[in-house]
Design a protein around this ligand. Structure first.
Ligand SMILES: NC(=O)c1ccc[n+]([C@@H]2O[C@H](COP(=O)([O-])OP(=O)(O)OC[C@H]3O[C@@H](n4cnc5c(N)ncnc54)[C@H](OP(=O)(O)O)[C@@H]3O)[C@@H](O)[C@H]2O)c1
Length: 332
């Protein structure tokens, strides 16, 4: 094991300017946790873009290495939960927020943050999913626990070309649901149809509904990645008894709301968190990803990039211009 390794390094240059570079770091500089992992793959998530651009709600102190996902091989574990050579996956908790993250060739984390790489998945496939896939599975299983069935009718998915959105479209389609993909990128309609969307809807068509108290009931259920008024527009456009699984804030963390959809249409607004979720529940979601929810064309959802390309793709992501999942190959 060489002592120097490559990592994304975000520095603050005063006056709110943040810069990204690939630097060489030392194992000894990593936080003093039990589990040292040689990272084989990571992936990009919206939160990484926020961290790399200085969002204080994600990362408080710089310099910092973002990366909320990592999959790799155990080098050592002083807690004795894992053996050297075991393949493990870490997503969420504080990884990449204020703990040096997975956009690096090594990480050192508490062993309680890791799970063994799920049976039936390679490390590469685990990171094609990453936090986005895990979140998609959590949204879908929450809707299903609320009683959602394919015969209920169309399920709307907002932010559909994004990492979480693409995964939700592909998994719902695999499970036999009819999907209406809502996107700001109509030019990506063919890609969304290939993932399994039956219908592609222009996100702008939702704008006129933002000021209305209620909207025509359209969708049986929905998964929202955008937050803001888009999220509540989905709530007020549900058919009687439907549910929205809300997982994101790509448009805004705040929204205007009223109680009418809840008391007149019996609808449900469901929160979804993939970060602090207890490990046993994460494990159960990973098991769904390995088999039942696995999209037919998992590979086609992701594009593989190098660590050197990460700053460019994080820039696209913060501007809402990224598409699908970005798998980062480390240590190749
Ligand atoms: N709850 C959790 O545990 C959890 C886990 C993972 C992610 N998230 C959140 O889920 C959201 C999606 O994450 P992601 O990794 O999929 O991000 P992403 O890959 O960047 O996708 C976000 C998508 O949202 C749309 N979008 C972006 N900016 C927008 C804006 N200003 N207004 C309206 N639409 C916009 C775009 O899709 P279209 O062009 O197709 O509309 C974009 O592709 C983020 O807010 C993220 O923080 C939450």
């Amino acid at each position: 094991m060489s002592d120097g390794f490559k990592a994304l390094w975000v520095t603050e240059n005063g006056a709110g300017n943040f810069q990204q570079a690939i630097v060489s770091r030392k194992i000894a500089d990593l936080p003093d946790n039990s589990l040292l992992i040689k990272v084989e793959y990571s992936s990009l998530n919206y939160k990484d873009a926020l961290s790399a651009h200085g969002n204080p709600g994600v990362t408080r102190t710089y310099p910092h290495t973002p990366g909320i996902d990592a999959a790799g091989v155990v080098v050592s574990d002083s807690s004795n939960r894992f053996k050297p050579g075991e393949q493990v996956v870490v997503t969420g908790y504080d990884l990449g927020m204020n703990t040096a993250g997975g956009l690096a060739e090594y990480i050192r984390v508490p062993s309680e943050w890791a799970i063994a790489c799920p049976q039936g998945l390679t490390l590469r496939e685990a990171m094609i999913y990453g936090t986005a896939g895990l979140t998609a599975a959590l949204c879908i299983s929450k809707l299903i626990r609320m009683g959602a069935r394919p015969e209920d009718g169309e399920v709307a998915v907002s932010g559909a070309t994004g990492g979480v959105g693409s995964m939700v479209v592909a998994m719902l389609s695999k499970l036999g649901f009819s999907v209406a993909a809502i996107t700001g990128k109509l030019e990506s309609s063919t890609r969304l149809s290939r993932l399994g969307a039956q219908k592609v809807i222009d996100r702008a068509s939702l704008d006129e509904l933002a000021s209305k108290a209620m909207a025509k009931p359209q969708w049986a259920h929905a998964v929202d990645c955008l937050g803001g008024d888009y999220m509540f527009t989905l709530v007020k456009s549900l058919r009687y008894g439907g549910s929205v699984a809300a997982c994101g804030l790509a448009a805004s963390p705040t929204f205007k709301a009223n109680v009418f959809p809840f008391i007149l249409r019996n609808v449900n607004l469901l929160g979804v968190d993939s970060v602090e979720l207890p490990l046993a529940e994460k494990q159960a979601a990973w098991d769904l990803l390995a088999e039942q929810y696995r999209p037919v064309e998992l590979e086609s959802i992701a594009e593989q990039i190098t660590l050197a390309q990460v700053p460019h793709y994080l820039e696209l992501m913060i501007n809402g211009q990224s598409q699908g999942r970005y798998l980062v190959r480390l240590g190749a």
